[in-house]
Design a protein around this ligand. Structure first.
Ligand SMILES: [Zn+2]
Ligand SMILES: [Zn+2]
Ligand SMILES: [Zn+2]
Length: 184
């Protein structure tokens, strides 16, 4: 590790705001909503750590768990064929919906990039590197947040795929360091 000291806020990248539900949480909501007819009772039974849980969230998570337990796609509702399944895995989407969604996301991303707007936050303009005059594919805000999130997880800040090469750098992997050296 290099002897460089980071400010304390550096590795405290903000948490992702959108809640991701675990399967066991969904299962709990599902069984509770079968047991209690009123949604408010379900919210109460979930406990104080779920304060602020909304009724629509309860309905949605119970519905999504029901679909998954029946082996149905949560988007089109069709049964997911046996040959698309893997054992020990909960499947939420059928392959057709997966590829459809991937294509929609791809098109949306392209559209924002075409208008020089960051595709991650979909609000700020793209960041132009003052040295190279090259336009990056994120805004300066999303760039630094995702960079810091990757470094905090112990991965390279640029590619996010490889672990940090601690003998040479505090934030980059061997590949990206070599790439940077070649560009200079
Ligand atoms: Zn589907
Ligand atoms: Zn952004
Ligand atoms: Zn890298």
């Amino acid at each position: 590790m290099l002897g460089k000291i980071r400010p304390s806020w550096y590795l405290k990248a903000p948490e992702k705001t959108r809640k991701t539900w675990t399967v066991s949480e969904q299962q709990k909501i599902f069984t509770l909503s079968k047991e209690f007819r009123k949604t408010d009772d379900v919210i109460y039974e979930m406990g104080s750590s779920y304060a602020g849980l909304r009724r629509t969230q309860v309905h949605n998570q119970a519905r999504l768990f029901k679909l998954a337990s029946e082996g149905r796609c949560r988007q089109c509702g069709h049964l997911i064929p046996q040959d698309q399944r893997e054992s020990n895995k909960v499947h939420f989407f059928c392959n057709e919906c997966k590829s459809k969604n991937k294509f929609i996301r791809f098109k949306r991303r392209k559209k924002f990039l075409r208008h020089h707007i960051c595709p991650l936050c979909e609000t700020n303009p793209l960041f132009v590197d003052p040295k190279t005059k090259k336009e990056l594919k994120t805004c300066v805000n999303c760039l630094s947040v995702s960079y810091r999130r990757r470094v905090a997880a112990g991965n390279c800040g640029i590619c996010g795929k490889n672990p940090i090469d601690h003998s040479r750098s505090v934030a980059l992997c061997t590949n990206c360091l070599d790439k940077q050296r070649d560009e200079k």
